[in-house]
Write a protein that binds this ligand. Structure first.
Ligand SMILES: [Zn+2]
Length: 140
């Protein structure tokens, strides 16, 4: 891993009122979780990409096949595609969180700019919105 910074500097991450400041260990934990999730997703996306290419291939050489067969492989392909898109979105979110962790903007709500809070980030390291903005968004 060449990207590891060994300067020992811990980014100052925001906390909510009443929360203790982040310790170096807690920041390292959040980063480790994001990184392992990122690696897992990268593998999953690569796998799904290969799977999908195979399905696409089957579809194109499948002329004269049983229409029911074609239907089910279309269905499979659609499912694979939406799964892949979900994973790619999640991966982008995690990569974004890691970038923000590097440049010190991690931990602020992307909607209202207030601290997201340590408790929430410890539970959901990739969270980019505070609880109230997230709830508001989900209600829409
Ligand atoms: Zn917010």
């Amino acid at each position: 891993m060449a990207s590891k910074t060994e300067s020992g500097a811990v980014p100052i991450l925001p906390v909510l009122d009443g929360e203790d400041p982040w310790t170096a260990e807690e920041v390292a934990e959040v980063r480790a979780e994001l990184e392992s999730e990122r690696d897992r997703l990268r593998m999953a996306v690569a796998h799904a990409d290969a799977e999908l290419a195979e399905l696409m291939n089957e579809g194109s050489v499948g002329a004269g096949r049983d229409p029911a067969d074609v239907g089910s492989s279309n269905f499979e392909r659609d499912q694979e595609l939406s799964l892949l898109n979900n994973q790619k979105r999640l991966l982008a979110q995690i990569e974004q969180a890691l970038r923000m962790l590097d440049d010190g903007s991690y931990g602020y709500c992307e909607n209202c700019g207030k601290p997201i809070g340590k408790l929430r980030l410890a539970a959901f390291p990739r969270a980019t919105m505070c609880v109230s903005c997230k709830q508001r968004q989900e209600r829409r």
